[in-house]
Design a binder for this molecule. Structure first.
Ligand SMILES: Cc1cc2nc3c(=O)[nH]c(=O)nc-3n(C[C@H](O)[C@H](O)[C@H](O)COP(=O)(O)O)c2cc1C
Length: 246
């Protein structure tokens, strides 16, 4: 465990080399042993390997290098369609067109996605989560022909690493671990907890490159600004209504 976690890092640069479908299948099959709510397996994974389809999908991920360069993109969907259909076909009335069911299926799908990530990395593959899946979820749903009660919630670019990525920083354990009850730290403590992150070389470079005075501003003004969060939230809620989850 130590060896894997002490070196793991996201890979965004892939060799131009195929990942056999049989390997993808065995990774998915192993990942499907992950915990799942009520053993309902409320997920589906769309495997995209065809070059033209990959190009179209990469566009919805803003042509991020990892999305363009990966031989495989997996789109992991929260899926209550299959289960609801089985219920109806079994003379049972499904009640899964609501927000709780979306959240439950999303939890299942995200657990599966991370299990795929870990198993793929243990097989020597490189992986990159593509959070952009939620920014263009409606377009991705169209491209992948997703029916009602199926919404894309995670995406992974997978391939053979072209180089060994630099391991990036993490907050110290005490930032994230609370004993018995939540400890709301003082302002000075919060700044101390983020000190290593603020000072981490590549992060300091982002601040300078973006003409900002703090790393936090890179997050609030450049990477995840409020206006974008509000716009994407609205689009996602529209999609959830369109797909009958709301
Ligand atoms: C929900 C989620 C969304 C992410 N989205 C992206 C993304 O769109 N592009 C990207 O290059 N990396 C993405 N990542 C990878 C993170 O940037 C990466 O995990 C983080 O910077 C820590 O780096 P490490 O995985 O190398 O330790 C995402 C990770 C998660 C969990």
């Amino acid at each position: 465990m130590d060896k894997y976690f002490s070196s793991r890092a996201t890979v965004r640069d892939f060799r131009n080399e195929d990942v056999p479908l049989s390997l993808i299948e065995s990774i998915l099959e192993a990942a499907m042993r992950a915990p799942t709510c009520g053993n309902m397996q409320l997920y589906s994974v769309i495997v995209t390997r065809e070059p033209e389809a990959r190009r179209a999908l990469a566009e919805t991920h803003f042509n991020q290098p990892a999305a363009i360069g990966a031989p495989v993109i997996l789109t992991i969907c929260a899926d209550f369609n299959r289960f609801s259909r089985w219920c109806r076909l079994s003379d049972a009335k499904p009640g899964y067109d609501n927000f709780l069911s979306f959240l439950t299926a999303t939890t299942d799908a995200v657990i599966l996605a991370q299990q795929i990530t870990t198993i793929a990395e243990m097989e020597g593959l490189g992986t990159c989560w593509l959070g952009t899946v939620t920014y263009n979820a409606a377009r991705i749903s169209e491209l992948l022909s997703l029916p009602d009660l199926v919404v894309p919630v995670a995406a992974l670019a997978i391939g053979w690493p072209a180089s060994t990525p630099e391991r990036c920083e993490r907050l110290p354990l005490e930032a994230c671990m609370h004993l018995e009850r939540y400890r709301d730290d003082s302002d000075a403590k919060v700044m101390e907890l983020f000190k290593a992150k603020d000072e981490f070389g590549p992060n300091a470079r982002f601040v300078a490159e973006n003409g900002k005075t703090s790393l936090a501003q890179v997050f609030t003004d450049v990477r995840y600004p409020e206006a974008m969060n509000v716009e994407v939230s609205k689009a996602l809620l529209d999609l959830l209504r369109d797909k009958k989850f709301l």
